[in-house]
Design a protein around this ligand. Structure first.
Ligand code: DC
Length: 226
């Protein structure tokens, strides 16, 4: 029997603000591979649960919401961006806020919510390859990935990056408030019982503190090519 060729996967995990999103997008472009932004799925469920007025700690209601929420990624009309449609509504801008990040982190600690998103994530694995960005890509979703990277950076630097990004989008935030939120979210993501934020045993660790983005991209591409 001829077995179908295994589609290669590069997993890029790490905490918020480690540069994962930008690096994953640039690396996927360079390789011509598909991109999975798994954080957007958790953000979309958190957003849908909030829009439905659910209590985010109500495990059954949030799980039902995760199972029924329709999430679609769609290229923007100018082709430069990906829009995220949640139940048909373009929620891309709302999903980028720190409030959406905190809601995502809260619902992401519910095992049945994580389970309901597994098949959708596995479905992104299609030829010629996949760059998967998240917290548990190398440990839980694609443990057999050929290439695994874990990006880190100091909390102060990550807060500064998020501050710049959010300011550019015209959002009103403070640096100290952001650093506190980032540290609280990291602590919750790293301490949860299921799929905590941690490097896979076979991941290459890259500390991006003080490193320009093109250097991080070059390091990650070198992992794929090695
Ligand atoms: O990568 P991000 O900031 O968009 O992720 C938002 C939240 O979603 C993050 O705080 C934890 C959760 N998340 C997760 O639990 N597992 C993933 N693979 C991706 C995100």
């Amino acid at each position: 029997m001829i077995r179908p060729a295994v589609v290669p996967v590069l997993t890029i995990d790490g905490p918020s603000g480690s540069g994962k999103g930008t690096v994953s997008r640039l690396v996927a472009e360079r390789l011509g591979w598909r991109l999975l932004d798994s954080g957007a799925l958790y953000r979309a469920v958190g957003y849908a649960a909030g829009a439905a007025g659910l209590d985010l700690s109500d495990v059954e209601a949030v799980t039902r919401c995760a199972q029924s929420t329709k999430i679609r990624f769609q290229p923007s009309t100018d082709g430069h961006d990906t829009r995220v449609l949640v139940n048909g509504h373009d929620a891309t801008d709302e999903l980028r806020t720190e409030t959406a990040g905190a809601a995502a982190s809260a619902i992401a600690s519910i095992p049945s919510v994580r389970q309901s998103l597994v098949d959708m994530q596995l479905g992104f694995r299609r030829a010629p390859g996949l760059v998967a960005d998240g917290r548990d890509m190398g440990t839980v979703i694609f443990p057999d990935a050929a290439h695994k990277v874990f990006l880190t950076a100091s909390a102060a630097e990550r807060a500064k990056r998020r501050y710049k990004q959010l300011k550019e989008k015209g959002l009103s935030v403070t640096l100290s408030g952001l650093q506190r939120e980032i540290e609280a979210r990291d602590a919750r993501d790293a301490s949860r019982a299921v799929a905590p934020l941690k490097p896979a045993a076979d991941a290459v660790l890259v500390d991006t503190t003080g490193m320009p983005i093109d250097e991080v991209v070059a390091k990650v591409l070198a992992v794929v090519q090695s």
